[in-house]
Design a protein around this ligand. Sequence first.
Ligand SMILES: NC(=O)c1ccc[n+]([C@@H]2O[C@H](COP(=O)([O-])OP(=O)(O)OC[C@H]3O[C@@H](n4cnc5c(N)ncnc54)[C@H](O)[C@@H]3O)[C@@H](O)[C@H]2O)c1
Ligand SMILES: [Zn+2]
Length: 374
Amino acid sequence: MARTETVEVPLGSRTYPVVIGNSMLCTLGKSVRRVTAGRLVGVVSDKTVWSLYGDQCSASLEAAGFHVVPKIIEPGEEHKTLHTVAGILDHFLAAGFDRESLVIGFGGGVAGDVAGFVAAICLRGLPFVQVPTTVVAQVDASVGGKTGVDHPLGKNLIGAFHQPSLVFVDTALLASLSERDLRAGLVEVLKHAVIRDPGLFDLLEASLDAFVAGTASADSWIDLVAANCRIKASVVGQDEKESGLRAILNYGHTAGHAIEKLGAYQRYRHGEAVGFGMMVAGQMACERGLWRSDELSRQRRILRRLLRIPPPTDMAPRNIWNAMKGDKKSLGGVLRFVMPRGIGDATVVSDVTEDEFAAAWAVTVNREEEPHVG
Ligand SMILES: NC(=O)c1ccc[n+]([C@@H]2O[C@H](COP(=O)([O-])OP(=O)(O)OC[C@H]3O[C@@H](n4cnc5c(N)ncnc54)[C@H](O)[C@@H]3O)[C@@H](O)[C@H]2O)c1
Ligand SMILES: [Zn+2]
C-alpha cells in the first residue's frame, strides 16, 4: 500500500480525518463508504476537473456501491454564486436526494466551497466529503468547514460553517494543474508559514522551484500538504467559528479579497490577490515596528519568485479601502488586518486608518514595479 498521511481535525464528535496520499483516486469509493451507508452521492465538480478525472471518480464510487449523480459547473470564481447553488439543488432534489445522501466537492476551492454550501442547506444538512484538486484547495480550502458563495457586494458573503466527514487528498491530481494555479496555491502555503510555521517557511524557500517545476517527489508533496493541514487543523480545532485565533488565517485576505473584487474575479487568481494583500499587510506591520524589515524582505523575495504577474498599480488605494469596507470581515465597519510579528507569529490589528493603508500600498506597488531580480 502506498504511503498515506492522516491529519485529524479535532472537533469532538465531529472530528474528521484528512487523508493525504498520491495516486489513490481509485480508492475514493472505499473511503467514502466508511463515512456513509447511503446510496446516492451527488458530486459537484467543474468541467475542467470532471473531463480529466470524472471517469475515475465515478468508477471508484460505483465500485463501492454508490449511485453517482454528477453536477458539473462552469469553472471560475465568477460561477461561485447562489445561481449555481440553485441549479445544483434542483438537480439533486430531482434525483431523489434524502437525508442519507452524501455530497462530494471534487475540484478546486470554488467547487469545494459551493458543494459544501449545498450540503449545508440541502434538506437542512447532508454529510459531505471534500476531494480537493488544486493546491489552494488541498492546503487550505477543503479543511475547516467554511462553505459558501460570493455576492456582487463581496466575496463569500453568503455561506455556512459545515464540516466535512472526510477530506480525501490525492496529490497526483495536481500534475494537470496550470503553472499559474500552482504558483497561486503556493501563496496560501507561504501564508501558513508566515503566520504559524518557520520550518515551513525554510522548506518553501529551499524547495519552491522543485514544487513549481514539477520535479518535487510524491513524498515531498504529501509532506507539504500534511504540514499545511496540520496548521489548519490545529487552528480550526481551537476556534472553529472564528471568534479569535482563526482570524490569523486571513493574513493577506483583507486587501486580497478587495483586489479580487476590483479585478472582477477574473484578473487575479485568489492566491495572487492574497499575495499582494500579504505584501501590504507586511509593509504596515513593518512600519508599525511589529515586524523586522529583513523578514519582510524574505517574504517579498519568495512572493516575487511565486507571482509572475504585475501588481495592480492601477487600483487606487481609496477603491481598495472601500471594497474592504464592504467585506464581511469589517465588523461594524472596523477593518481587521492580520500582521506578522515574526516568521511563524501573527496578530490581528483593528485600528488601521485609510492613510496608513494608502501609504503602505504606495510603497508596495512602487517597489513591485521595479524589475524583479533572481
Ligand atoms: N473555504 C475555505 O476555507 C477557503 C480557503 C481558501 C480559499 N477558498 C476559496 O477557494 C477559491 C480558490 O480556489 P482555487 O484556486 O482552487 O480555484 P478554482 O476552484 O477556481 O480552481 C482554479 C482552476 O483550476 C482548475 N483545476 C482544478 N483542479 C485542477 C486539476 N487537478 N487539473 C487541472 N485544472 C484544475 C479549475 O477548473 C479552475 O479553472 C476561492 O473562491 C476562495 O475563496 C476557500
Ligand atoms: Zn485564501
